[in-house]
Write a protein of this length. Structure first.
Length: 255
């Protein structure tokens, strides 16, 4: 990582760093990693990590590779730039299927580029947000220093751009896509995991999802007057228990 990008990562607020990045014409470029080829922004949280480590979130990457087999189904809720979708696509092979769900319009071209760079023809990209209702929602778009922090709840004190997006429930989307069974679902959606899980109770009661890699956001949930404990308690009631093989939170449906 060059000195300009290092300096940009230290600039606060992040919106100012994003503006400087445009002035300085910082450009995306492709980085080769063990997981695949990624079209990264070199002055962003994700891009910095991929450049430096040639990987991303190793604990979750390990869980994805361990759990997925040839021919499996993987659903990536909150795919962001598609790192885990690419990891999964290679794990499930040509007979498997990956569904990458990402609402941000600015990332659709990036996702498409990453799919092409890796020849991942088994990935379907779906542009929508997952919640507990069907309709239109307002997505708060974070500065591009960290695209992964965009969400249906504005977590920043300062205003950010917004985008109207289609929102739907897990139950409705999986039925629309004719998905009856999911080996592994990864969910990281900035505090709306509450609506995504509790808004589709039958998906979990009926064991449609075998393993759920769940990123909880207790601080955001608390600000929204909701509790992460309610999510975990519900999943436990549905027969999901933590898989202790993994450091990251992975819940497995008991037979």
């Amino acid at each position: 990582m060059n000195q300009v990008n290092k300096a940009l990562m230290r600039v606060r607020p992040a919106s100012l760093a994003s503006m400087l990045k445009r002035i300085l014409r910082v450009q995306r470029h492709v980085v080769e990693t063990q997981a695949g080829r990624f079209y990264i922004d070199p002055a962003s949280n994700f891009g910095v990590c991929v450049q430096r480590e040639r990987s991303y979130e190793p604990e979750l990457s390990h869980a994805v590779r361990t759990l997925l087999r040839e021919g499996d189904m993987f659903v990536d809720v909150g795919a962001n730039e598609g790192f885990f979708s690419i990891v999964a696509a290679k794990a499930v092979g040509s007979m498997g299927r990956v569904i990458a769900i990402e609402p941000q319009s600015r990332l659709q071209g990036v996702l498409a580029r990453n799919v092409r760079e890796n020849g991942a023809l088994n990935i379907d990209v779906i542009q929508c947000a997952i919640s507990d209702v069907f309709g239109v929602a307002t997505l708060s778009i974070s500065p591009d220093m960290n695209t992964g922090s965009s969400g249906l709840f504005r977590a920043t004190r300062y205003g950010v751009p917004t985008q109207d997006v289609l929102q739907t429930t897990l139950d409705r989307l999986l039925k629309h896509l004719s998905v009856r069974s999911v080996r592994l679902m990864k969910m990281d959606i900035e505090g709306f995991e509450y609506e995504a899980v509790l808004g589709s109770p039958d998906v979990f009661r009926n064991g449609v999802i075998e393993y759920l890699a769940l990123e909880l956001h207790p601080t955001i949930l608390d600000r929204r007057g909701k509790r992460d404990k309610d999510i975990v308690d519900f999943l436990n009631e549905c027969g999901y228990q933590r898989d202790k093989r993994f450091e990251t939170l992975v819940l497995a449906k008991e037979p």
